[in-house]
Ligand binder design. Sequence first.
Ligand code: NAD
Length: 307
Amino acid sequence: MTTATLRDRSVLITGGAGFIGSHLAEALVDENDVLVFDDFSSGAPSNVPAGADLVEGDVRDRDALASAMDGVDVVFHLAAEASVSASVEDPARCHAVNETGTVNVLEAAREADARVVLASSAAIYGHPDSVPIPEDAPTDPSSPYGIGKLSGDHYVRTYNDLYDLPTVALRFFNVYGPGQSGEYAGVITAFVEQARDGGPLTVHGDGEQTRDFVHVSDVVQALELAATTDAVGEAFNVATGSSVTIRELAETIRDIADDDVAITHTDGRDGDIQRSLADVSKARDRLGFEPTVQLEDGLTSLWNDWA
Ligand code: NAD
């Protein structure tokens, strides 16, 4: 776990009982007052580290947010319907949680004069024309989830322009690491679980799709940098600037498992993004962000520490 660079702050983490939020809470809790605000729809109280305070609440509830925000310096807004397929199933719910919920967080933060750091997403770019993708690439989200993230990304920057509220949007690419679980946890967790069960690893389509996987500890690093940067009103890609194909990923996990696990291919998924790779030079130059975990090292420790 990273050592906290943020100190002596009163911090609110919406979605702090989830995968990324609980890692952030863990990194910050010794040096800061940490309050987690979560409705436990996908996260769990047991993910929240000892020493952090916990409020059960929904970002659709403005009053609950207003009281949680009292005396807060920095809000990390991570609570979201984080599943693309759930957003396709129920766009209205996704809209209420991810878009209205973000406006609710911003309004409460405006009242409390708190900085807001938003978990935005590479999903806002949709199918990119070319890679690597810089922050000023065209945005063309292909799901209600991506639309909601793009809306939130615009909102946080516009609140900086209109109300002088310090805000930063971080566009996470594919995040992985310990503690990612559930039906929509992502391909790395799925492959590790399949390898643990003796295989096969199931690749959708030909496996030539590329992704930029970033370890959760590097995402925590970016979140902390965003909490203090002068570069407010800005959006930053958070990734590594390197990509692998899903086939290569499967082979790497098979090799780490040191097993005769088979790799099979199933039908491709409708709408799957073919190429994803971030240009992270803006985060490097303006935030001082430096990804530290090589994919193979991150996968090896995930494999070795698997609970
Ligand atoms: P997660 O599902 O583990 O965490 C989301 C948390 O938000 C959960 O604890 C959930 O209970 C909580 N939550 C959901 N709806 C809520 C509501 N209405 N009110 C209060 N809390 C609510 O997901 P994660 O992977 O940790 O993602 C965190 C953030 O990062 C999300 O905003 C997600 O969209 C974004 N993001 C994640 C990735 C990734 O690869 N994991 C990539 C891009 C962006």
